[in-house]
Design a protein around this ligand. Sequence first.
Ligand code: FES
Length: 134
Amino acid sequence: MRLTVARGPQESGEGSNEQSFELPDLSGASVSNALQYINRHIDGSVAYYLSCRRGLCACCVVRIDGKIEKACVVLARDGMVLEPVKQSLLIKDTVVHLGMPRTSEFPLVDAACDAQPSRKPAPGVADDSEKMCE
Ligand code: FES
């Protein structure tokens, strides 16, 4: 079984290079399992993200042959090409930033972060308003 994985970001900071990996027959294995196999047995620098392994959290989302899928619930097959879902969110290889986008992507969040808190939390209640704007 051969899988091709987009490796990036490049040293220039933009884009990805494709790298193909030859795997043993992993019949019945998910794409996440295949990425894990590559990481553990072929190239430990290949990054992947895995959490629930049940298709519930979407942390493992990747672009498989051009289609966005949850890698843990799609069976690996010969010739697949795995890429990050969005280059602009790329952390490494197929791993993308899944957290809250920076404020510049959401003007309303930006405005909320710029505003002074209009009231203080009640005594004994943690003020976590700063966390949203970190
Ligand atoms: S690891 Fe949670 S959906 Fe794949």
